[in-house]
Design a protein around this ligand. Structure first.
Ligand code: 8Z2
Ligand code: NDP
Length: 281
């Protein structure tokens, strides 16, 4: 388990049950591995059985407890069934990581009605479906913690109009449900990853990859983020260390969302430096 080199206490999630949607790959898999390594029983879901099987094998190989359920989060009935399965197998759910999602890069004027609908259904409606079902089945009586994975869309999201709109909606939903469900002991937060090197990026058309590589350097770290860096934030927000945090969105983007052209990374400033006395004009 120490292979993950976690900074968190090894028994942080002992006796806790965690659902990670989209836990079969990428960020979701990394998060599932982290929670399992920290003592949780983890449920992962996704649309593809083989992906889930591989993830289960990996987590078992690290000594973790994990179950998988095939479920498309767009299907409300399937999501309600998923919550019932968690109840049957583990009794309760403590933490929900709403990570499942995705989109395809395309100029707005080319997005078909079906393509728009698929992305909105996945990232907005699917995320809501899971939160609502988790609350009704589990969290209403015993409380819980939700962390939604959104995206860095505050400067607009060129080539990603559908997902930008959906993620902005989930940012708002995070605040709304943090208010509505606070009295039930439910905290609702979100993380907004910048550009993270995951298997998910490999699903994109090779033609847009150079653009993504370039965009991935437009932050103060001058590199893409890692799955581990996002998973650490998910673990923190789900943990008791964040007991006084709700309705918040944490940007994990190396400063991409505040990127300023006059202050690029690596000190390549476009005007003279003022930090050296001798350089003052
Ligand atoms: C670069 C600059 C950024 C630079 C910035 C880049 C920042 C990257 C940050 C984010 C990174 C990530 O999220 S990485 C994570 C990526 N992972 C994923 O996206 C995986 C999950 N995604 C998906 O499953 C799909 O993309 C999604 C559409 C959401 C799922 O829907 P479905 O399963 O229903 O999909 P399908 O049936 O295949 O397609 C439904 C319709 O969607 C449309 N559609 C689907 N794929 C399409 C495509 N490649 N191009 C056009 N249109 C497409 C078509 O209209 C389809 O209808 P028909 O034509 O009639 O069939
Ligand atoms: N990588 C990045 O730079 C960024 C990623 N994100 C978001 O982070 C999340 C994880 O992405 P990442 O790990 O990069 O990519 P992945 O494609 O590896 O992860 C997405 C996961 O979600 C699952 N999924 C997709 N649609 C559904 C659905 N309708 N129902 C159930 N499961 C679904 C997929 O499994 P399956 O296909 O088997 O269903 C997959 O396991 C996504 O929401 C993504 O958009 C946000 C910002 C940046």
């Amino acid at each position: 388990m120490s292979a993950l080199n976690s900074i968190f206490s090894p028994a942080l999630f002992k006796d806790k049950n965690v659902l990670v949607t989209g836990g079969g790959s990428g960020l979701g898999l990394r998060a599932a591995r982290e929670f399992a390594a920290l003592g949780a029983t983890v449920f992962i879901c996704g649309r593809t059985q083989e992906k889930l099987d591989r993830a289960v094998k990996a987590i078992h190989g690290e000594g973790g407890r994990v179950e998988s359920v095939v479920c498309d989060i767009r299907d409300r009935d399937a999501v309600v069934e998923l919550m019932q399965t968690v109840s049957d197998q583990a009794g309760k759910l403590d933490i929900l990581i709403n990570n499942a999602g995705g989109q395809f890069p395309a100029p707005a004027e080319t997005i078909s009605a079906k393509g728009w609908q698929a992305v909105i259904d996945t990232n907005l409606t699917g995320t809501f479906n899971v939160m609502q079902a988790a609350f009704n089945k589990h969290f209403r009586k015993k409380g819980g913690a939700v962390v939604n994975v959104i995206a860095d869309m505050w400067q607009g999201f060129p080539m990603m109009a559908h997902t930008g709109a959906a993620r902005a909606a989930v940012d708002n939903l995070t605040k709304t449900l943090a208010n509505e469900w606070g009295r039930h002991g439910v905290r609702v937060n979100a993380v907004a990853p910048g550009i993270i090197r995951t298997s998910g990026l490999e699903t994109y058309d090779p033609a847009v990859r150079p653009m993504i590589e370039e965009a991935g350097k437009q932050n103060q770290a001058a590199r893409m983020g890692t799955e581990a860096e996002v998973a650490a934030a998910l673990v923190f927000l789900a943990s008791p260390a964040a007991a006084y945090i709700t309705g918040a969105t944490l940007r994990i983007d190396g400063g991409q969302s505040i990127f300023h052209p006059l202050y690029p990374p690596n000190g390549e400033r476009v005007w003279p430096a003022f930090d050296d006395e001798n350089e003052k004009p």
